[in-house]
Write a protein that binds this ligand. Structure first.
Ligand code: HEM
Length: 444
């Protein structure tokens, strides 16, 4: 297997991955389906082939386990779906899945729509809104509503919403620097993290305790998980519930928020797409709010969402570790090898997506001659590891577009800094300042 270009004599590819990030993965994508990376003593490979990436990411964790990043963060974030492997992951997945059913979700769809409307209707005509931050805030609110909607836990839910960003930022730092080293430094960021962590843990424990001691169906994900039983009739412990809730807060909040921010960015840059979306909403919804039943008729909306998730896939770097020697796509990997892949880079591969840098929702149009092959498109991952919240994310995005666009035109603020892709845990935008101009009733 060839070695990727861009390594340094001693430091190998660490600087390229740490500094250039997505740009590095995009640059070396055409150098081969599998490349060696020099990242210290652990044998490390970059997988640039879509079908191999699908096979590796979709595995249950018996052959391709979560990998070294997750070993570092597990003491902080626990062993929820986002970090567990093998039989335990499968058990948890079966217990969590009913809450995310496409047809009968465990969460209250109307409450999600209500949350979107409240926020959008609070925008003052002509105001400048940073859609990157605004959509992150909205998505975090919605995941909270979907998880715990009982009005008896409102205070604790507010605490979770207020602390989760500082907690995730601190976990990010501790994934690259050992916790025991960072924790001792009396920096403001550290104090913020420790305070956020303690408040978050307390609020989570309090909510979970309340739901377990008074198990009712609040029409939310936590109620569904409290009621769930495994094959032996056992329910989840308080610790397991804490880990699953935290996993969803981490996996579900920023990814949805960033995807929504990007969607509004692309729409603001492509007036034709904006016009066609408005026409579709006018025709299908006829001025009323969207419901789940409308989703199948919002065909162009689906194309815009797909194209956003292709061009701006939040998952710029994913990783796994081999538990045994294994062959994939004719390539042999040793045990304990770290495998990296970049969904964002794969979704910009010109051999699969002609003119990949162009935002073109029509490439997803039914019957389009260059429709990308479904198995090459995996913004939500694959197999047993497929994003648990995929249907909720799609629904939230469609509802947000259908709520914003008939009410407002979003115009980028002239003279603002060019938008940059910022690759931290996932890929977001530096800032998306836009002026919100109300659309007069009847003109949408
Ligand atoms: C546009 C929004 C979203 C995107 C692009 C996204 C993307 C992904 C991807 C790529 C994975 C697989 C990661 C891997 O294989 O290592 C994943 C997993 C996961 N996501 Fe999402 N996600 C989104 C929204 C959500 C939401 C709203 C929730 C929860 C309510 C959620 C919960 C999860 C969970 C729990 C996992 C781990 C699943 C497992 O391993 O069993 N995600 N997501």
């Amino acid at each position: 297997m060839p070695v990727a270009s861009g390594g340094f004599p001693l430091a190998g590819h660490r600087p390229a991955v740490a500094v250039q990030r997505l740009a590095f993965f995009e640059r070396v994508r055409s150098e081969g389906p599998v490349l060696r990376l020099r990242m210290g003593r652990t044998p490390t490979f970059l997988v640039n082939d879509h079908l191999m990436a699908r096979e590796i990411l979709g595995d249950s964790g018996d052959t391709f386990a979560r990998g070294q990043f997750f070993s570092k963060v597990r003491p902080l974030v626990g062993n929820g779906l986002g970090s567990s492997d093998g039989a335990f992951h499968l058990r948890q997945r079966r217990m969590v899945q009913p809450a995310f059913s496409h047809e009968h979700p465990g969460y209250d769809v109307d409450a999600l729509l209500g949350g979107i409307k409240t926020r959008v209707e609070s925008w003052r005509p002509g105001a400048v809104v940073d859609m990157a931050r605004e959509m992150d805030a909205l998505a975090n609110e919605l995941i909270n509503t979907a998880l715990f909607s009982s009005d008896k836990v409102t205070g604790d839910a507010d605490t979770i919403r207020d602390t989760i960003a500082d907690f995730i930022a601190g976990v990010g730092v501790r994934s690259v620097v050992p916790s025991d080293l960072v924790d001792k430094l009396p920096t403001p960021a550290n104090r913020r993290f420790i305070r956020a962590r303690d408040r978050l843990e307390e609020a989570l424990a309090s909510i979970i305790n309340r739901y377990r001691t008074d198990p009712q169906d609040h029409k939310d994900i936590l109620s569904s998980m409290v009621a769930a039983r495994d094959a032996d009739g056992r329910s989840m412990s308080a610790g397991e519930l804490r880990d699953e809730v935290l996993s969803m807060l981490i996996a579900g909040g920023d990814s949805s928020g960033h995807a929504l921010g990007w969607a509004f960015h692309e729409i603001s840059q492509h007036p034709t797409a904006a016009r066609r979306l408005r026409e579709e909403f006018a025709e299908v919804l006829e001025g009323r709010d969207p419901t789940m039943r409308d989703l199948s008729r919002l065909v162009y909306t689906r194309q815009v969402i797909n194209e956003t998730l292709r061009l701006r896939s939040p998952g710029w770097m994913d990783m796994r570790r081999t538990t045994r020697p294994v062959k994939v796509g004719g390539f042999a990997f040793p045990a304990e090898a770290e495998l990296l892949t970049s969904l964002t880079a794969l979704h910009r591969d010109p051999t699969v997506y002609p003119d990949p840098r162009t935002f073109n929702p029509d490439r997803w149009a039914p019957g389009h001659p260059q429709q990308p092959r479904r198995e090459m498109f995996m913004p939500f991952g694959a197999g047993t590891r497929l994003c648990a919240g995929e249907s909720m994310a799609n629904l939230t995005m469609a509802f947000a577009l259908a709520t914003v666009l008939p009410r407002f035109e979003l115009r980028p603020v002239p003279g603002s800094r060019p938008v940059r892709e910022v690759c931290k845990g996932i890929m977001g935008a530096s800032a998306l300042p836009m002026t919100v101009h109300p659309i007069p009733a009847g003109k949408a």
